[in-house]
Design a binder for this molecule. Structure first.
Ligand SMILES: [Zn+2]
Length: 403
């Protein structure tokens, strides 16, 4: 039996965390809100209304494009993507087609095994979301709250080779979204959605075989399991002398199996044309510079700097940069302490992180300041063992009572 390798590309939809929707002043995030409460004539597609672009959407999308090393386009256009579905009241979705906001880009994924996977970005554009359809008994219920919620669609090249790499891409993307504060990146709430294209070929071959598309995965674990199941299914079929058909598959998480869905529209079926009600997005140099001034040091860059500048083990640097405010907290404490950064790292990893995890809060919401932590570490150096336990206990108490 020949050895096979998988070819995986991921298509992600990222819900941006703007206050209002992309083309109207309705509240964007309707989590916990009753159906059809955050709607207006614009996002429900009533006749005679005009969309007005929310500039915060463009700013957040540009931050993401810059972080993915994509080329930001000075002029881009909106297009209508036409299709009929009950939760799409206008009969079209406002999206971008041939002149998107950004082109190219990549993410270098450091894998736990020690190698780096280079993942190219094929497509990055902004668009509006559609509503939600829910089947209940013999009724079909429609919620328009999600209509007009801002999305970035980002599609990778066929560069991922294993289900673990696919999962790692989502882990790093989610980290980046939260780091840039442009999306909650919560897959369970649909803030980050992912479809996967999967095919296989003999290892070392340079052609692409027909692929299948997996839809409806709503967690990182589900994505990894679904992709792995599909790779194994395709290998079994090829080994049995059967062809791979270009199916669209749905992952049933409870049963742990893939099911065939209806066939998908091809691009020609969408009859794209320019959106006549919106001007092109023009990004003047000053605006672009003002947005990019807000681009922080990225998580993987900071991770590399922590290893080099503070001589931390990679494992520690990875945990300390898992969240932006935690990495800020670490650096503030290192400066205040003035001694061995590894000592600060150990305190953070053992005592502080345990508390953060127990309480489920980010480091920026800690009541104990980084300066105070540095002071405790100083004291820890100067007292005998019995007292050290006391200081650790005090640290814990201060979390309990000040929260
Ligand atoms: Zn609205």
């Amino acid at each position: 039996m020949p050895e096979y390798e998988a070819i995986i590309g991921l298509e992600t939809h990222i819900q941006l965390n703007t206050t209002t929707k992309i083309f109207c002043p309705c509240k964007a995030d309707s989590w916990n809100d009753l159906p059809n409460t955050n709607i207006c004539p614009v996002c429900t597609g009533l006749p005679g209304v005009l969309p007005v672009l929310n500039h915060a959407v463009v700013e957040k999308a540009i931050l993401l494009a810059a972080a993915m090393h994509a080329e930001i386009q000075p002029v881009s256009y909106f297009d209508r993507k036409n299709y009929f579905y009950p939760d799409l009241p206008k009969g079209y979705q406002i999206s971008q087609y041939d002149r998107p906001l950004a082109r190219g880009g990549y993410l270098d994924l450091p894998m736990p095994e020690g190698y780096t996977r280079h993942v190219s970005i094929h497509k990055l554009h902004v668009e509006e979301d559609a509503g939600k359809t829910k089947n209940q008994d013999d009724h079909r219920l429609i919620d328009f709250n999600r209509c007009g919620v801002p999305l970035v669609e980002m599609v990778t090249g066929p560069d991922l080779r294993t289900s673990d790499e696919a999962a790692q891409y989502l882990i790093r993307l989610r980290q980046l979204l939260r780091w840039l504060d442009i999306s909650e990146g919560d897959m369970e709430k649909g803030h980050l959605r992912c479809d996967a294209n999967v095919s296989i070929r003999p290892k070392g071959a340079d052609y692409l075989n027909p692929k299948t598309e997996i839809k409806n995965v709503n967690s990182i674990v589900a994505l990894r399991d679904a992709v792995q199941a599909e790779i194994e299914r395709q290998i079994r079929r090829v080994e049995a002398g059967k062809a791979i058909e270009a199916w669209t598959l749905e992952w049933d998480e409870d049963a742990g199996v893939l099911r065939k869905m209806r066939s998908k529209e091809t691009e020609a079926d969408y009859r794209y044309f320019r959106e006549p009600d919106l001007l092109p997005i023009r990004i003047a140099d000053e605006w672009r510079q003002a947005i990019l001034a807000g681009l922080p040091e990225l998580p993987l860059e900071r991770r590399a700097r922590f290893v080099k500048a503070y001589e931390l083990p990679e494992y520690d640097a990875d945990i300390l940069t898992s969240e932006r405010s935690l990495s800020d907290y670490f650096e503030t404490a290192v400066r205040a302490y003035g001694g061995d950064p590894n000592r600060v790292s150990n305190w953070l990893m053992n005592d502080v992180l345990r508390l953060i995890n127990e309480r489920g809060i980010p480091a920026r919401r800690l009541n104990i300041t980084a300066d105070y932590l540095a002071e405790i570490i100083q004291l820890d150096m100067t007292v005998e063992d019995g007292k050290v336990a006391l200081y650790r206990a005090k640290l814990r108490l201060s979390f309990k009572y000040e929260g």
